[in-house]
Ligand binder design. Sequence first.
Ligand SMILES: O=c1ccn([C@@H]2O[C@H](COP(=O)(O)O)[C@@H](O)[C@H]2O)c(=O)[nH]1
Length: 236
Amino acid sequence: MSITSSVKRSPIVVALDFTSAEQALAFADDIDPSKARLKVGKELFTYAGPNLVRELHQRGFEVFLDLKFHDIPNTAASAVAAAADLGVWMVNLHASGGRRMMTAASERLAKGNYSTLLTAVTVLTSMEAPDLLEVGITQSPESQVIALADLTSNCGLDGVVCSAHEASMLRARFGKDFVLVTPGIRPADHPSDDQRRIMTPAQAMAAGSSYLVIGRPITQAKMPSAALAAICAELI
Ligand SMILES: O=c1ccn([C@@H]2O[C@H](COP(=O)(O)O)[C@@H](O)[C@H]2O)c(=O)[nH]1
């Protein structure tokens, strides 16, 4: 069991988009696990693998394994179970993988009695209406998020990854227990980079986000732990 549950954690999840375990662990060693959870995504996991996740657990961090699985139902369910066996706090799928994929994954976790949270990505925070149109989706990002969040909820998952722009609408629709994970968070003085549907940390919390995923504004700062502390202070 990796989760040190007695510690009250902040809603911040720092995206460890680094190219090595050494960089990720140096960052982790500079911060307190009560101040943030950590997200391991495709880049870092491809470089450093499951051992890095174990190292972060040993240091007392809860880990969101953000691999956004999207595959046939059996493969996606098996991948989610592998993540749960690793003891991660949260793992995710792409909701566009559809009902049978999401149900298979959700049922696999329930059958194994895992405590790992399962969420589904709705519309990436880097996308706007013209991006959706180019991949054949004529709905607005907001309508597409609602459709995929309805499907996710029907399939028994714990919540969705969306932008904070959709958070208040989804909070009203699904209630207080539905998990809303919102990347695309930018302090007011930080550039948006490749993100498009962005909000500040305080705005996102006020809109009903459960967890704020924040990467570059913290990890690329001159003093990452100070950048994290400033964002925590904004949320008090
Ligand atoms: O819709 C999504 C889903 C996932 N992400 C991930 O969150 C972080 C954001 O990093 P920043 O540096 O704060 O932009 C990154 O790891 C993405 O893969 C997302 O941004 N949007």
